[in-house]
Design a protein. Structure first.
Length: 151
């Protein structure tokens, strides 16, 4: 899943003409001696300045996973001052998107819908139909019992 996320991230960053993606670092720590490591991080060059993007990838984009990712991104960004965090998942719910925006982080789903905003870079795309969205049928809380039976 991280490999697919890295490819999608690279594609989105290549669409910005003044951003140059240096490389993607997967499975490495940001700095020696740190406890935490992101799923991957990407040093970018933006009009001559270097910026570190930290990416957390989850297989679910529901709010509880977004909160967990925001917490991880917050801790990781403390080890790399000035870094920007992005949460990636196959589908990111609207509530999750609001949680991440409120914390100052971006998001990117596997269909290309995203909100990324840092250092003069602003990418917002929400018109791509998400191929990973599945509407689930509501389950009944109580089942009907046979007539005449009381429990």
């Amino acid at each position: 899943m991280e490999k697919e996320a890295a490819a999608i991230f690279s594609k989105v960053m290549q669409e910005v003409p003044f951003v140059r993606l240096e490389r993607l670092e997967r499975g490495k720590k940001l700095r020696p001696g740190t406890v935490f490591h992101p799923d991957f991080f990407a040093p970018l060059w933006i009009t001559g300045r270097r910026k570190i993007i930290i990416v957390e990838v989850k297989n679910n984009g529901q709010p509880r996973f977004a909160r967990d990712a925001a917490n991880s991104l917050y801790r990781l960004c403390q080890f790399e001052p000035g870094a920007y965090g992005i949460f990636m998942a196959p589908y990111i719910s609207p509530v999750s998107a609001q949680i991440l925006k409120a914390q100052g982080f971006g998001y990117l789903d596997f269909s290309g819908n995203c909100f990324i905003s840092f250092d003069g870079v602003f990418i917002k795309r929400d018109s791509v139909p998400n191929l990973f969205y599945q509407k689930r049928e509501l389950r009944k809380l109580y089942t009907e019992s046979a007539p005449g039976l009381c429990f």
